[in-house]
Design a protein around this ligand. Structure first.
Ligand SMILES: N[C@@H](CCC(=O)N[C@@H](CS)C(=O)NCC(=O)O)C(=O)O
Length: 243
């Protein structure tokens, strides 16, 4: 049945939080369906989208969009009539557009989040989850593999990218140098939070990222989203991987 509101399928302890945060920033009416997360995503999420992941947004016309980045694009293009969460066009703000802020820089940063950080952090987290869910006699072997991969590759790569992102925030409150967060921040905030909570990256080593992160989570819309969701704890190794 068609509704005149979008519906967010929000799964506990997941990147649905960033989509809910954006809905709250936009201040629009929406419906929220909360799913618990025992381990993997519940089967109900396969009924609304073949990938069966969260978040998912069912638009007012009944189309289901998956992937946080695409959901943010849809929501901002559809509902941000005043352009509060958009980057300014050269006509709107020639100054912004002359200060190394452009779509190529933005695309580079999106790509760092959605491809590079996503795989590096997920690799680190998956190893930790496996190490905690294997029989005790295999455990030391997996821990050894995890230690070697962490120290020889993952930690240095994550540090490399985090230092780059930290430098990109020089003189900018948000990644695109705007006064409000843009889609890039709604996307990147997930990777930074995942790195901090799940991969135990110490944000205090990256002061500009830490300040940006604190700026994001001190926004009233972020706090409201936390209250409306059904939990946001990214320490995945505590979860039971049942299916
Ligand atoms: N790249 C996707 C990731 C979707 C995804 O993997 N979501 C996770 C939660 S953050 C999920 O549904 N995991 C449960 C599972 O894979 O069973 C996005 O940006 O939305």
């Amino acid at each position: 049945m068609e509704s005149n509101k979008p519906t967010l399928h929000y799964m506990q302890n997941s990147g649905s939080q960033q989509s809910l945060w954006l809905l709250e920033e936009l201040g629009i009416e929406y419906d929220l369906v909360l799913h618990e997360r025992p381990g993997r995503a519940p089967a109900a999420l396969k009924e609304t989208h073949p990938l069966g992941k969260s978040p998912q947004l069912v638009t007012a016309s009944g189309r289901t969009i998956a992937e946080r980045s695409a959901i943010a694009l849809y929501l901002i293009e559809t509902y941000d009539k005043e352009g509060r969460f958009k980057v300014p066009t050269p006509e709107q703000d020639p100054d912004w557009n002359s200060k190394d802020n452009d779509k190529f820089r933005e695309e580079q940063l999106f790509s760092i989040g959605n491809t590079t950080l996503d795989s590096l952090i997920n690799m680190k987290t998956t190893l930790a989850v496996f190490a905690n869910h294997t029989p005790f006699f295999i455990w030391p072997i997996l821990l050894g593999v995890k230690y070697t991969l962490d120290t020889m590759f993952l930690n240095t790569e994550i540090d490399n990218y985090f230092k780059f992102l930290d430098a990109e925030l020089e003189g900018r409150e948000y990644f695109n140098g705007t006064k409000n967060p843009t889609r890039l921040d709604f996307v990147m905030q997930w990777y930074v939070d995942l790195a901090a909570q799940s991969a135990r990256v110490d944000l205090s080593s990256y002061p500009r990222i830490k300040a940006w992160f604190d700026r994001c989570i001190s926004r009233p819309a972020w706090k409201r989203a936390l209250e409306k969701g059904n939990g946001y704890d990214l320490e995945f190794w505590k979860m039971k991987m049942t299916s």
